[in-house]
Write a protein that binds this ligand. Structure first.
Ligand SMILES: Cc1cc2nc3c(=O)[nH]c(=O)nc-3n(C[C@H](O)[C@H](O)[C@H](O)COP(=O)(O)O)c2cc1C
Length: 225
């Protein structure tokens, strides 16, 4: 009997220890999040001081989908039909436009309990590490609930165009992601700070990122204090 009780205690303890250390399937995004678009745009404002409170998973789900989610599976339909350029090379339409080829950005979510990569195809957060890299990101914001880290996956960029052009295209798409996330956050009174300065080396070393992954921006976010 004693052994069974100990086994149950061990299982419960292991469950709580492992909580958060696995992939997270995000809840489906509700079609109506209940705020007028103009009001959400008005509510978007940068913040530098946060209260550090955890953001509900439903809200994380909306922010990720707004930033880099798939809005139409298996069809890059535009108002005029199928787009000759993107339709030939990619299957899905995303919440943001991207130049040529397949989506070339990587979106990481730094939370206190660890780091995840957002996978738009499955609308999942892939668990990467249980390290809290919020401070290590180099953000100047105080106590954000999380940090979105956007990077370019150079391997996914088509080879035509010079480095400056590739950089411009990558930053332009990162800007679209950032704006969509900020507006989605504003609906829930969550604010974002756009930061181009960050601790690139610390982030890359901690996440073991290859040289083909080029940091673009960090977006600390949370409820403002
Ligand atoms: C492309 C871009 C990069 C920025 N980089 C930084 C940065 O590295 N550090 C920082 O403190 N603010 C940075 N800012 C400024 C803030 O993100 C923020 O936009 C500014 O405080 C204005 O606030 P508002 O958006 O509410 O008007 C940057 C802004 C932009 C648009």
């Amino acid at each position: 009997m004693k052994k069974i009780v100990l086994l149950i205690i061990f299982c419960v303890f292991s469950f709580f220890l492992s909580f958060g250390q696995s992939d997270i399937s995000l809840p489906a995004v509700n079609g109506n999040i209940g705020m007028d678009l103009n009001e959400a745009i008005e509510n978007r404002v940068a913040s530098r001081k946060y209260d550090g409170k955890e953001i509900p998973l439903e809200v994380i789900s909306e922010i990720m989908w707004a930033g880099y989610g798939i809005t139409l599976k298996n069809g890059n339909k535009t108002v005029h039909g199928y787009d000759a350029i993107s339709g030939a090379t990619s299957k899905n339409r995303y919440s943001v436009p991207f130049g040529w080829g397949k989506p070339y950005l990587k979106i990481y979510l730094f939370l206190k309990k660890g780091v995840y990569e957002y996978l738009p195809e499955s609308h999942k957060l892939k668990f990467l590490t249980d390290k809290n890299l919020i401070k290590a990101s180099g953000t100047s914001a105080s106590d954000p609930s999380g940090v979105i880290f956007i990077a370019l996956d150079i391997d996914k960029m088509p080879t035509f165009g010079n480095d400056v052009m590739i950089n411009n295209v990558a930053f332009m798409t990162a800007g679209s992601v950032s704006q969509n996330m900020s507006i989605a956050g504003a609906v829930h009174k969550i604010h974002f700070l756009t930061e181009i300065s960050m601790s690139e080396k610390k982030i890359k070393n901690n996440l073991n990122l290859s040289k083909d992954i080029k940091p673009l921006t960090i977006l600390p976010f949370g409820y403002s204090k």
